[in-house]
Design a protein around this ligand. Structure first.
Ligand code: PLP
Length: 362
């Protein structure tokens, strides 16, 4: 019996021919595929500009640097997120300030964020965790009132809709990640979107060794470009996004139905409000999590204990623990478990996941 992976990328004819097209062209970097992917992505997000980038983490870091955020500045972010969110802040020398999350959505609690603002705070990095949009209206209000930048970590939220527009298109800039567990993948990669032309041009320059489009050095830079191969695959993935998002919603609804009788907390919100790249649940007891991961693995079902609160990741991140605690992030982060969700999952897979979890919980 085949193991059921946590994530699986569906790569079809369009992706294969995209790669072939690039190889035939002989142009592997800074060519027409990048230009087309950026234009198509910006159009999809209804934003004026899109800047392709080597990863989601690099994208957040480049946006912060382009906004002039660095040593001595504080950036608010939820304590419950993937480590890439905080690594991006650390990479540009700023100080991350962890905020608690909302009990229901597991996204940043705007009231808690407001309490942590100091004279050094420069930005709020909202994360749309597990594809569910955070409370952007309230975060935007706080940012406007306090003169802060609002940056969206939309790495997990490709195609998620909010009342203000698509996730990633509401703040000063939005950043997407294209690792293969995501709904759109380029292998490795990411995208920055914004309506601010100057910010976009600074991001482009920082990602390209500090050079502007004419080759002049205008910023201290880095080498963080996407490849033509990645961009070509990304274009194919983006063009098939709508039906794939719908399929993921249907699968999420079926997973939820299959787990309804089990003593676990299911992700909140209507299933359509999320862009589903995994199926997160909260276990009744975090001390059982490792055992449950192992028991399900023994039955051929891959799961992941994502995400612990950032300051619970281990020694390198322990210093992030805030003086004023983040009890919800700790409690939820100590009990989260991600279950497989990918396009093409069939009833037999869903039944095996539910059975493995039921047995493991006994
Ligand atoms: C919430 C969040 N932020 C940032 C990232 C960083 O993405 P990458 O792995 O492309 O650097 C990810 C991707 O996994 C993510 O889930």
């Amino acid at each position: 019996m085949d193991a059921i992976p946590l994530a699986r990328t569906r790569l079809g004819e369009a992706e294969h021919s995209a790669v072939g097209r690039v190889l035939t062209s002989g142009r592997l970097a800074r060519g027409p595929e990048i230009a087309a992917f950026e234009a198509e992505f910006a159009r999809f997000q209804s934003q004026s500009h899109a800047c392709s980038i080597a990863s989601g983490t690099a994208g957040i870091s480049v946006v912060l640097a382009a906004l002039g955020i660095g040593p001595g500045d504080e950036v608010l972010l939820p304590a419950l997120t993937f480590v890439g969110s905080v690594n991006a802040i650390l990479a540009c020398g700023a100080t991350p300030v962890l905020c608690d999350v909302d009990e229901e959505s597991w996204n940043i609690d705007p009231n808690d964020a407001r309490r942590r603002i100091t004279s050094r705070t420069r930005a709020i990095l909202v994360v749309h965790l597990f594809g569910l949009p955070a409370d952007l209206a309230e975060c935007a209000r706080i940012a406007a009132e306090c003169g802060l930048e609002l940056i969206e970590d939309a790495c997990e939220a490709m195609g998620a809709e909010t009342s203000l527009g698509l996730a990633g298109s509401v703040g000063t800039a939005g950043v997407f990640g294209f690792y293969p567990n995501k709904v759109v993948t380029t292998g490795e990669g990411g995208m920055i979107v914004t309506d601010d032309r100057e910010l976009h041009e600074r991001c482009q320059a920082i990602a390209n060794q500090g050079r502007d489009q004419r080759g002049h050095f205008v910023a201290r830079g880095h080498s963080l470009r996407m490849t033509e191969l990645g961009a070509a695959v990304g274009r194919a993935q983006l063009s098939s996004l709508a039906p794939r998002l719908r399929e993921r919603v249907e699968i999420a609804e079926r997973i939820a139905a299959s787990l309804r009788e089990l003593p676990v907390r299911l992700p909140c919100g209507t299933s359509r409000a999320r862009s589903w790249f995994t199926f997160p649940i909260v276990l009744p007891d975090g001390s059982q999590r490792s055992r449950i991961v192992e028991a399900m693995a023994a039955r051929g079902v891959e799961t992941a204990p994502h995400f612990p609160a950032l300051h619970r990741l281990g020694a390198p991140y322990a210093w992030l623990e805030p003086e004023v605690h983040t009890p919800v992030a700790e409690s939820v982060g100590g009990r989260l478990l991600c279950l497989p969700l990918w396009e093409g999952m069939e009833s037999v897979h869903l039944a095996r996941v539910a059975d493995a979890l039921r047995e493991a919980l006994k």
